[in-house]
Write a protein that binds this ligand. Sequence first.
Ligand SMILES: Cc1cc2nc3c(=O)[nH]c(=O)nc-3n(C[C@H](O)[C@H](O)[C@H](O)COP(=O)(O)OP(=O)(O)OC[C@H]3O[C@@H](n4cnc5c(N)ncnc54)[C@H](O)[C@@H]3O)c2cc1C
Length: 356
Amino acid sequence: MLLGKRRSSLSLDSNKYWQYLQLSKAHKLQSKNITPYRYYYTNSQSYYELVKSVLRHYPNFEFRYEAVQGMQDVSEGVVVSTSQNTYHAKWVFSSLAVIPPKNTLSIRQHFRGWYIRTQEPSFDDQSIRLMDFRTSQQDGASFFYMLPLSPYQALVEYTVISKKQYEESVYEQKLEHYIKQVLGIAHYELLHQKKGLIPMTNYRFPRRSGKHIMRIGTAGGMTKACTVFTYKNMLEDARQIVRQLEKNGQPYYKTRPSTRFRFYDNLLLYILKNHPMAARHIFEKMFSKNKGALILRFLDEKTTLWEEASLFISLPWPPYLNALWSYYMPDMLKLNFSWTWTKPGYYANKQSTEAQ
Ligand SMILES: Cc1cc2nc3c(=O)[nH]c(=O)nc-3n(C[C@H](O)[C@H](O)[C@H](O)COP(=O)(O)OP(=O)(O)OC[C@H]3O[C@@H](n4cnc5c(N)ncnc54)[C@H](O)[C@@H]3O)c2cc1C
């Protein structure tokens, strides 16, 4: 967390960005201009270096790498025990993972990515490939994602949204097949790899883990359930927390609940979890029938109700009607009037497990 006047220098400052997105449609690719939006690339290492270079100007900051073993609220703050020390703090901002309770609508996005280099120019570096569904959808919604960093270099990722992860060799075979058969690249050099597992959940992560412990990041609910985009929300959250601390000496600020967007996310999560084969059709339709900027504004939760209606009209209805019926109807039929579009019962703080 950064306090002080230099915080503006932490804005997303990448010079690598794209204004064209591609998505598959049957056996072809469709392309969209997303102006005035830009799709930025920033790698975590350069971001950490940026943060460190700013913090170097503040002698009151220190980095310590110790495993947190426990946190206890006391009257004036928090006592944090680590493998090496005990610390006292007025406020703690914790990004320790929180596992959503079992009764939530949760699924996993898991992926492997290869940074590859070719001898010949092989990539159109004006467009990113957001979702290329030209792969089997049997075990879950699956697609390839490709960021061309130059005509000679790209990150190619195989992503699956499913209940279970795969054996390592499955990701490798899929990536190899895509690079050779779909991209038509016979010879390439594998520079390095990345892998990830991100939970997609409608669990409403409580902000407080104690009177003086505020959860941040994914644990603080900054991950959008159906896109897993987190980064931008985290930056905005950090700005708001700093503003509150400067103004009121405490970090909590009021948020407007985005009820409609939770409702849309719930429906899509339900479809991804229970009818993953429908995902391809939904995304392909959304992309082909709507303007690029509108889609991004929708994913950013900045659209109006009218814009959302126009977007939903373009989508295939049966999976959405089925999700509405199966996910929301049981509560309605039980006349469970604590029911709302967002099923707020998932706030159940005590059911969550803090992984420490
Ligand atoms: C591979 C990958 C790619 C992603 N790409 C994007 C993207 O392009 N755009 C986007 O918006 N989001 C993306 N995300 C999602 C999100 O931005 C990241 O997951 C982000 O790092 C979440 O930040 P965080 O602080 O909540 O958690 P983390 O970055 O996971 O930080 C938690 C930290 O706590 C530490 N920790 C855990 N337990 C202890 C303990 N007991 N003691 C001390 N330290 C502990 C961990 O080592 C870790 O450093 C991506 C996620 C992954 C995994």
